[in-house]
Design a protein around this ligand. Structure first.
Ligand SMILES: [Zn+2]
Length: 72
């Protein structure tokens, strides 16, 4: 099953970071996600369920037509 979130994706969270930014870049996917705040560069790790609840929308979906990428 293809993962909805890819490395390099930018997502918007429902809550904004204290720096005022709501956009985060996905740095790592899996059971735990690591994301980087695009406002201040702060990185946080969180369990996948919490990440998915926090996401409001994907701003820059990773566009790939190569099916082999989905196997990773
Ligand atoms: Zn921030």
């Amino acid at each position: 099953m293809a993962d909805r979130y890819r490395l390099g994706d930018v997502v918007e969270f429902r809550k904004q970071h204290p720096c005022g930014n709501k956009q985060w870049e996905v740095m790592r996917t899996g059971a735990d996600f690591r994301v980087k705040c695009l406002g201040c560069g702060h990185q946080v790790m969180m369990p996948r369920p919490r990440f998915e609840k926090s996401v409001k929308r994907i701003i820059k979906p990773f566009l790939s037509t190569d099916p082999a990428d989905d196997a990773k």
